[in-house]
Design a protein around this ligand. Structure first.
Ligand SMILES: [Zn+2]
Length: 256
């Protein structure tokens, strides 16, 4: 089994998983979505809110703001040695703003510089003399507990295997039909020029009168697209997910 990174851009990562079964591929997907921990706001205390939104709606919007998370220095609250929350398992944030103006996640100030909200998320618009003043508490959690803790979205597809036989007469119909520009006629030969873009729609083989193109998915190779919320880097999410899977497999193995 192997993983090859084929693209990385800010919060996005593309990689190929080889020599694996569908169940392993899906286990990685599910672990990324549900088990990689991140920080999210779990409790909000309002001192003042004269904005147009109710406290509950603002609290809900706050809970969905991704917070940059350093997993190496934070504990789960229920696994921490403290009893009622401490700086090792909780992060406090404050928000105080007076209108007119737009309140964004940038206005939410973390008391711990290692953990700050991802900037640019719109929270509420304040009219003239409207005010908002609150204190929030963020804790570690997992996507399975609530979507607010989901670290990333991820999906995979089978690795495309495109075969072109000698029956091909280079008519170019398949080149026209392909929505992802995977094929091209070059030097009187039909060639696969962008294999990874193939979405296995088989539009090419459907229009080929000669039956010269065969498109199949390799059931042991998968192409993943992963995008984080911004709380963790995409490589961190993948690496943490693999660690979690390995720990689970080790635990099962030791019990057997
Ligand atoms: Zn603690």
């Amino acid at each position: 089994m192997g993983i090859e990174i084929i693209g990385e851009n800010g919060s996005s990562l593309s990689f190929v998983l080889s020599d694996a079964s569908v169940s392993i591929a899906n286990a990685i997907r599910r672990t990324v979505i549900g088990e990689v921990p991140t920080l999210a706001i779990d409790e909000v205390e309002f001192y003042d809110n004269t904005s147009s939104l109710y406290d509950e709606i603002i609290a809900h919007r706050l809970s969905l703001i991704p917070i940059v998370t350093d997993l190496s220095i934070l504990n789960f609250k229920d696994e921490c040695s403290c009893e009622e929350g401490c700086p090792s398992c909780e992060v406090e944030l404050k928000l105080k703003k007076k209108g007119p103006g737009i309140v964004r996640s940038d206005d939410l100030k973390s008391l711990n510089k290692n953990f700050s909200p991802v900037p640019g998320v719109l929270l509420v618009k304040l009219g003239k003399s409207q005010k908002i003043d609150l204190k929030a508490r963020a804790v570690l959690g997992r996507g399975y507990d609530n979507t607010r803790w989901q670290s990333a979205v991820v999906g995979y597809k089978y690795y495309p295997v495109i075969e072109i036989s000698d029956d091909c007469d280079q008519c170019g119909d398949c080149v026209e039909a392909c929505p992802r520009s995977v094929l091209a006629v070059k030097g009187e030969k039909l060639k696969v020029v962008n294999e990874l873009a193939c979405i296995l729609c088989r539009a090419c083989s459907d229009v080929c009168d000669q039956g010269a193109i065969k498109v199949d998915g390799d059931e042991h190779r998968f192409i993943y697209e992963l995008e984080t919320t911004g709380s963790l880097k995409p490589r961190e999410v993948l690496s943490k997910a693999l660690d979690i899977l390995k720990d689970k497999a080790d635990e099962l193995s030791s019990k057997v």
